[in-house]
Design a protein. Structure first.
Length: 464
């Protein structure tokens, strides 16, 4: 017969020994204990086998690490099993156990098919709702139990019933992944189960933790990364296939960054990068995309730089292929800049460059493109420098090959200028030269010559 347990607000199927009758009247019902559930043990395992055959990642109640070459990889299936014990020999029916994660000891969040940090993932090794067998404990085991989960982080459902006066236990297991987009090095992830969606267990003897180490972020296949989504990344960032990074997407990246395939970096996408940046294939950098890059920068393939794309670059910069650099794209570069291939520099494109600037092949430089260069600048092959293209150059300029200089292209040069090959200088092309100008004899028969147009006695001052 079914009677209500008024103390525990549960219903129990009492037998005749629980009921006391006096003169054929119901006198008393023996009290039943409520279950007191303890997260007693845990163990991590791979998703490489069935419920009973999958290998273990670590010993029982031993935390693990996550990341490249660590105990578990990000974005790869693994499983976590819990042993849940009733320590009060009480009763509780229809128990459902929800998996939760806590990132960096902040707050607890349900794990499901769309959760961040830790997410449920389908397994090819078992079906959702399969029963678990006893592998961690040794007490009275509850079965059937529907203890295997691969869908929503919820195990058990209506099949886990803790029986009164019995020290029974159950094991539940979840197939999950670490989300690489949501974690960085030094993160910690704690895991637990609760009743349903809100009620914690009475005790947590063991709490598993995953320490994130050696982590590299890999973004593949037309990735869109926006709005400070990756910050303070101490490991490598690898982006394969086309990628778009917007609005301070990478801040404080301390490891190597590799971008392969067509990429767009917009609005301070890489800030305070302390290590190497390698960009392969076409890339578009806009709006202060690279700030304070301390290590070398290599950009291969066609590139476009817009609106202060490179600021305060303290080390080597190499750009190969067709390059367009527009609107103060290179500012305060303290080391060498090496541009190879066809290049276009416009609107204050290089300012305060402190190292050697070497530009090879066809070059067009417009509108104060090189300002305050403190060291040697070498420009080879066909070159066009227009509209105050080099201003306040403090050291040597070497232009080799046919050159066209127009409208105050070289201003306030304090050291030597060497022009080899055919050169055409128009409209105050060399202004306020502080040292000497070396150029071929202005004679057509010499093969290399300078054509002076409306600048005689006004611009060219060969020595001062």
């Amino acid at each position: 017969m079914i009677y209500p347990d008024l103390k525990n607000t549960n219903y129990f199927d009492y037998n005749k020994n629980d009921i006391v009758w006096i003169d054929n009247r119901l006198a008393a019902i023996k009290a039943h204990n409520a279950a007191s559930l303890d997260q007693d043990s845990f163990r991590f395992r791979t998703d490489g086998g069935s419920e009973s055959a999958a290998s273990w990642v670590a010993l029982i109640n031993v935390d693990i690490t996550g990341g490249p070459g660590e105990d578990v990889e990000a974005d790869t299936n693994f499983r976590i099993r819990f042993l849940i014990k009733d320590t009060n020999t009480g009763a509780e029916n229809n128990v459902a156990l929800q998996l939760q994660y806590n990132l960096n000891s902040d707050s607890w969040n349900d794990v499901n098919a769309s959760s961040s940090v830790i997410r449920s993932f389908a397994s090819t090794q078992f079906a959702d709702g399969d029963d678990t067998t006893q592998q961690l404990g040794s007490g009275t085991f509850i079965t059937p139990n529907s203890g295997m989960d691969e869908v929503e982080g919820l195990a058990g459902g209506g099949d886990i019933d803790f029986v009164d006066l019995t020290a029974d236990e159950v094991e539940v297991e979840y197939c999950i992944q670490i989300r690489s987009a949501d974690v960085i090095n030094t993160d910690t992830i704690d895991l637990r189960v609760i009743r349903g969606s809100t009620t914690v267990l009475e005790n947590y003897t063991e709490m598993p933790r995953i320490d994130i180490n050696s982590f590299s972020s890999t973004v593949t296949s037309d990735a869109l990364i926006m709005s400070e989504s990756m910050t303070v990344n101490d490991g490598e960032l690898s982006m394969l296939e086309p990628a778009i990074l917007k609005s301070e997407t990478q801040a404080g990246a301390l490891g190597q960054i590799q971008m392969q395939g067509v990429s767009e970096l917009l609005s301070q996408s890489l800030i305070n990068t302390d290590a190497n940046i390698s960009i392969s294939a076409s890339v578009i950098l806009s709006a202060e995309s690279l700030l304070a890059a301390i290590g070398s920068i290599q950009i291969l393939g066609e590139s476009e730089f817009h609106s202060e794309s490179l600021l305060i670059t303290n080390s080597q910069m190499t750009m190969n292929g067709i390059i367009s650099i527009l609107a103060e794209s290179l500012l305060d570069s303290d080391a060498a800049v090496d541009m190879i291939g066809s290049s276009i520099l416009q609107l204050d494109s290089m300012i305060s460059a402190g190292g050697i600037k070497k530009v090879v092949s066809g070059i067009q430089i417009f509108a104060a493109s090189l300002l305050s260069g403190l060291d040697n600048t070498t420009i080879r092959s066909v070159s066009s420098l227009l509209a105050s293209s080099q201003v306040d150059i403090s050291s040597q300029i070497s232009m080799q090959g046919a050159s066209i200089l127009k409208s105050e292209s070289l201003v306030k040069l304090l050291s030597q200028i060497s022009i080899s090959g055919i050169a055409e200088i128009k409209g105050k092309g060399l202004l306020i030269i502080g040292s000497s100008v070396t150029s071929p004899t202005p004679s057509v028969s010499a093969g290399n010559h300078i054509i002076l147009v409306n600048v005689l006695n006004e611009v060219l001052i060969l020595s001062t």
